[in-house]
Design a binder for this molecule. Structure first.
Ligand SMILES: *Cc1c(COP(=O)(O)O)cnc(C)c1O
Length: 402
């Protein structure tokens, strides 16, 4: 394998995001291929017995087994690390595998976690159901309340865990404040950056320690594969994450890594277009529906903060209808162009009713506490022409009397 300029951090860290997304992390084989090679190999062979001995001892760089490292996966990990401004990155089979690894690799019985109460349903399940089984207690708070973070800290608090913007309430966490508070108490922040990706928000610039991803979302961006990633310091990745990952095996397949590499090439372009569409459609929806939650609209309670933290306004928004679940389902059933689907970040426009899908399993009581209203719909705005999407919504809203 030959190095390209993409493998030199002293060069790649100065590139702008669109360049990093196409070039960073690229190695070339002897064939000189332009597109990254896909290494579908679980194992590796050696010229002599001393070579694997040196590699297993850590004295020589090189491949040994694809649960430990794989060239295609390594290219993706380097690209994500550079884009995120992190020292290191490792990928996992899904976003939830990434969240689970990021938490379990550093927590032990007797530790305490403070987490945002408004979160992706499975992220809440980790804090509410999984961690307590291993003696790790969690406190969930209103993540938009800066004082609540401080009040929840205990002597054994090890981790702050949150999303910003949150799925599906679009709550914005004050990154600089919350990450600064954590640092001053020796607490590690784990930020789920799935709604943004590094082309829209780089939480490490605000003091975040660990960034965990669903790369299924905007990074693949075309609804093809599940993927996850965890970014952090070399120390965190090597000493905490890698021992956990290498021995438990939530690894990303080389094929899926390759698909995400192809997705990253167009990430910045797609994100711009999808955000432009989302703002245009958000403005159309304001006044047409009772409540709309989009960080890019002045009506969002933390609009100014969101625009300081994010470099683009986001392509996902939620809105609430007065008629509850029945009216929300009725609107979905009127859509012709926009799909009823619970994925996000996709090039296709997708709408879902979180209370009956992504947040079904958290239960009615927690949904009410999180602000996931029965009449809420979450809209992933895709790459289609915004005017076609507006016409679909206009017609569907009129059909249910709005
Ligand atoms: C989708 C999502 C996840 C889970 O990712 P998967 O790739 O589906 O496992 C976690 N957090 C947030 C905010 C998400 O939107």
């Amino acid at each position: 394998m030959k190095r390209t300029t993409g493998t030199d951090r002293s060069i790649t860290r100065n590139w702008r995001p669109a360049t990093q997304a196409v070039r960073a992390g690229t190695w070339r084989s002897e064939m000189g291929e332009t597109s990254e090679a896909m290494f579908l190999s679980s194992g590796y062979s050696y010229d002599d017995a001393a070579t694997p001995a040196a590699r297993f001892a850590g004295d020589q760089a090189g491949m040994t087994y694809s649960r430990l490292q794989n060239p295609t996966v390594a290219m993706l990990e380097e690209r994500i690390a550079v884009m995120e401004g992190a020292e290191a990155c490792r990928t996992q089979a899904s976003g939830m595998a990434a969240m689970t690894a990021a938490l379990l690799c550093q927590l032990s019985a007797g530790d305490h976690v403070v987490a945002a109460r408004a979160a992706f349903g499975s992220c809440r399940w980790l804090v509410d159901e999984l961690l307590p089984r291993f003696g790790i207690e969690g406190t969930t708070i209103d993540s938009t309340d800066n004082a609540a973070w401080e009040a929840a800290i205990r002597p054994n608090t090890k981790v702050f865990f949150f999303e910003t913007p949150a799925n599906p309430t679009l709550d914005i966490v004050d990154l600089a404040h919350v990450c600064g508070l954590a640092r001053s108490h020796g607490i590690t922040t784990v930020v789920d950056n799935a709604f943004c990706t590094p082309v829209m928000q780089r939480p490490m610039e605000f003091g975040a320690d660990v960034i965990a991803y669903s790369a299924t979302k905007l990074m693949d961006g075309q609804g093809r594969v599940l993927a996850g990633a965890v970014c952090g310091t070399e120390e965190f990745i090597n000493d905490k994450l890698l021992p956990f990952q290498r021995n438990t095996g939530p690894n990303l397949s080389p094929f899926n890594a390759w698909v995400v590499l192809k997705g990253l090439e167009t990430l910045e372009l797609r994100a711009r277009r999808q955000c432009d569409n989302a703002l245009k459609i958000g403005r159309f929806m304001e006044g047409r529906v009772p409540v709309i939650k989009h960080p890019g609209l002045a009506s969002h309670p933390r609009h100014d903060m969101a625009m300081r933290q994010m470099t683009m306004p986001g392509c996902i928004f939620s809105f609430v209808l007065d008629g509850g679940r029945q009216q929300a389902h009725a609107l979905l059933d009127q859509l012709q162009l926009i799909d009823i689907s619970n994925n996000i970040g996709d090039a296709r426009s997708l709408m879902c009713h979180p209370a009956s899908t992504t947040h079904h399993s958290v239960g009615a009581e927690k949904r009410a506490e999180m602000g996931v209203d029965e009449g809420m719909l979450r809209f992933n705005v895709g790459l289609e022409d915004a005017d076609d999407l507006i016409e679909d919504l206009d017609r569907a809203l009129a059909a249910i009397g709005l």
